[in-house]
Design a protein around this ligand. Structure first.
Ligand code: ADP
Length: 773
């Protein structure tokens, strides 16, 4: 792949934040898709866990979009759009309040459901959808419980998973508040076990209820089946008696046979008629007698030896009992039985319950039914009228086939259907049908109670956790507020009002702070006092130093004047008295002494003046090339250099921030001393600079002169300290003192390394760039 193509592809990559959002939204939809069905059309959803995470991470706008996507599935699940509205409302409300304050997600969600969500559900489900009150209550309680549970999970996930890092979002706060942790944990400890127990219990109650219904229907159907058989059997037996009598008389019409038929007809009032047929459709005996013009059309069953049942008219069935000898059907006994009694029997059996019972023949003819409209109809099919859910091979639940109805209402309008064959040669099915509404009402009431308890526990949990955490956290928050910027407050001597708490750990923490604060306060007071003392001493020092400088300056300045006079008048005197003193050598020598002493005194005072001037009216510190400075100095020293034939070399002298005049003075003194303090050898002076760590210049002025004993290495830098008599080497003893003052004034140090007879090396340092203080 070429580079630009790869680059282009790279630019199509989703940023981590967008990818995170897409995944969270998809997970929200999946959370609702994989819902947990609790009972008849009520499901526990998980989508809002992800939705609330989006709200927290991406803000109100994306949170609302995520809620819309995730909740759209509820339309498929429950068949109405109202849940979508409440769930979008949840994300919007929580997002809105999260923006303004920073409280707990769980707390905000709880507030939403209690203040907005529940009234909305009442309006949507009660007023608009006109759902039964119990159903409305059920939803009214389930939604907040579901919502708060999800908010709790979302809170825990946000607090304990690095979601911000994964989605590349910047967290609202890096730390977790203790209060939030406490609320989450306390509510979690209440919510999780109670909810688990509730879900398990509700499922158990539900399945128990269904088992009970099946059991009741089975019992009822068995009883009714027995009663139907008991009603049917005597009639068949009567027919059998007749059949036997007919067989004995070889199916020949006789009076005895006719009488027996009439007798049985009378004994069984349900028999509308009774007759005996011989094979060629000939009536042998008939009761009641046939009226004029009436003919018998019935035919005997050919290949059957057991009774054959058939629908005769609307309210009767016809039983044909074959008369068989050996393998041959000789004829049959036919009886038509009225069904009023059977209908009556079914009605009596269900007098105390709401069960509808229908007796159906195999071909779909309704034999009898407690439903008036069904009596006498045919083509009965239990599959008609809705969608069937199999509960057992013979029990179903029939939900009305109205897909637009909310699932909950369909459940309420559903029926349990139980189908049982009567058996005992009666080819009929008993169909029992009972409305699920009663059971669902009963169950709903149980769930409502459970959910109400759950919601109450949830709200109480949040309330209690808020109060409890506040009790625990309040002193800590107070402590946090009081101790923030503690040193500053102590410095300003503000009162530190530390919290009081009954919790042992918090109390000891507060005590420790108290101790720390008072010891800090003490330290601050000590430091302040020491500082004040130091300042006072410093001011005093500065003042006395200034006075001293002024004194030295004034003294040296004022002393010069009489000296100058002494010197000039001594010289005048010497000139005037030249003739008179010619022979008086002593007097002339004395005058020379005076003039010389005055000159030295003048030099001394001049040097002292120079020394005291240092630091006053200095030239500013600028970048100066030391090489150039040294060159200028060498020009000034050209005379002694020429006299002594001294050689001066300089290596790598840098540019530094310094006062030009002071640097010239420094080199003048050091080079001058190097030339002055010489033995017999020709003076060789070498000036060198090196950069050393930490950043500073080390400059050395080396000579090959008489050297200095190491014990004087320190002393020579003090003012007026000389190691030689005037007769040996001239000087004032101020030169090196001036050098030290200059170097230290530039933030450096000066020292000497020397041995007598080995020459001396004077070292001094200068900072590299920044101008010294
Ligand atoms: P001065 O040169 O006027 O005597 P300084 O303060 O310059 O005064 O020096 C003090 C003393 O240090 C000098 O008197 C001398 O004894 C000694 N000294 C200074 N520089 C050198 C040197 N390069 N070699 C030997 N001795 C020196």
């Amino acid at each position: 792949m070429t580079r630009p193509v790869r680059k282009r592809l790279k630019s199509y990559h989703f940023p981590r934040s967008t990818l995170g959002l897409v995944i969270l939204m998809a997970a929200g939809l999946a959370g609702n898709y994989f819902s947990l069905p609790l009972f008849f059309g009520v499901d526990f959803l998980f989508g809002s866990i992800l939705t609330l995470i989006v709200v927290q991470l991406y803000g109100i706008l994306w949170g609302t979009v995520a809620a819309a996507i995730a909740s759209s599935y509820t339309y498929i699940l429950w068949g109405h759009p109202y849940a979508i509205a409440t769930l979008i409302g949840e994300a919007f409300f929580v997002g809105l309040l999260l923006r303004h304050q920073q409280p707990n997600l769980l707390l905000l969600d709880g507030i939403y459901w209690v203040c907005i969500g529940m009234p909305l559900i009442w309006v949507f489900y009660g007023a608009l959808m006109k759902m039964p009150t119990t159903s409305v209550w059920l939803i009214l309680l389930k939604q907040p419980v579901n919502g708060m549970f999800n908010a709790l999970i979302a809170s825990l996930l946000i607090a304990h998973l690095p979601l911000y890092k994964w989605t590349n979002r910047s967290p609202v706060s890096q730390t977790l508040s203790l209060r939030q942790i406490l609320i989450n944990l306390l509510v979690a400890f209440v919510f999780f076990p109670v909810l688990t127990l509730m879900v398990l219990d509700s499922r158990r109650v539900f399945s128990d209820g269904q088992t009970q219904i099946q059991l009741d229907l089975t019992n009822l159907s068995s009883t009714i089946a027995t009663e139907v058989v008991l009603w049917y059997q005597p009639h068949v037996q009567a027919l059998e008696v007749l059949a036997r009598a007919a067989l004995q008389s070889n199916l020949m019409p006789s009076e005895v046979l006719q009488e027996a038929t009439e007798l049985l007809h009378k004994s069984f009032p349900d028999f509308r008629y009774l007759y005996i047929l011989s094979a060629p459709r000939k009536a042998i005996a008939v009761a009641p007698p046939l009226s004029e013009g009436n003919k018998i059309n019935s035919q005997c069953p050919i290949n059957s030896s057991s009774p054959v049942l058939g629908k005769a008219e609307q309210n009767s069935v016809e039983i044909k009992l074959p008369i068989v000898r050996g393998q041959t059907n000789l004829g049959c006994v036919v009886g038509e039985i009225a069904l009023e009694k059977l209908n009556q029997l079914l009605k009596t059996a269900t007098s105390n319950s709401e069960v509808q019972i229908t007796l159906v023949a195999q071909n779909g003819d309704v034999i009898a039914s407690t439903i008036q409209t069904l009596v006498g109809t045919d083509n009965f099919d239990i599959r008609q009228g809705g969608e069937l859910r199999h509960l057992s091979p013979i029990t179903f639940q029939q939900l009305p086939a109205e897909p637009n109805l909310p699932l909950m209402v369909r459940w309420q309008k559903s029926f349990y259907i139980h189908q049982k064959p009567i058996g005992d040669h009666l080819p009929w099915n008993l169909v029992l049908k009972v409305s699920a509404a009663t059971q669902i009402d009963y169950l709903q009431n149980i769930y409502i109670k459970q959910l109400a308890v759950m919601l109450l526990i949830g709200i109480l949990g949040i309330g209690l956790a808020t109060i409890l955490s506040q009790r625990l956290v309040k002193p800590l928050t107070h402590l946090k507020r009081v101790t923030s910027n503690l040193p500053h407050k102590l410095l300003e001597e503000r009162e530190i009002d530390l919290p009081r708490s009954g919790v042992a750990e918090i109390k000891s923490l507060t005590d420790n702070f108290q101790l720390m604060a008072s010891s800090l306060q003490q330290n601050f007071t000590d430091i302040r006092q020491a500082n004040e003392q130091l300042k006072a001493t410093q001011t005093q020092l500065v003042r006395s130093n200034r006075e001293l400088k002024n004194f030295a300056y004034i003294v040296s300045h004022d002393l010069q004047e009489p000296l100058r006079k002494m010197k000039s008048f001594s010289q005048l005197l010497a000139r005037e008295c030249q003739g008179q003193f010619t022979n008086n050598e002593k007097a002339l020598r004395y005058l020379d002494y005076i003039i010389d002493a005055a000159q030295r005194q003048r030099n001394l005072i001049q040097a002292l003046l120079n020394y005291s001037r240092l630091g006053k009216n200095d030239s500013p510190k600028v970048a100066i090339d030391l090489g150039a400075v040294v060159k200028k100095v060498l020009e000034d020293l050209s005379l002694p250099i020429a006299e002594t034939q001294a050689t001066v070399t300089m290596i790598d002298l840098p540019t530094v921030q310094a006062s030009a005049t002071q640097m010239a003075q420094l080199f003048l003194n050091l080079i001058g001393n190097g030339i002055k303090f010489q033995g017999d050898a020709t003076p060789r002076i070498r000036i060198e600079a090196k950069l050393q760590q930490p950043e500073e210049w080390l400059i050395s002025v080396q000579d090959n002169g008489i050297g200095i004993k190491p014990q004087y290495a320190e002393r020579i830098f003090q003012i007026f300290q000389r190691l030689h008599s005037r007769s040996e080497y001239s000087g004032t003893g101020i030169g090196l003192a001036i050098c030290r003052k200059i170097v230290e004034g530039h933030g450096g140090r000066i020292w000497v390394a020397s041995e007598p007879g080995q020459g001396s090396t004077f070292y001094f340092t200068l900072p590299v760039s920044s101008s010294p203080s």
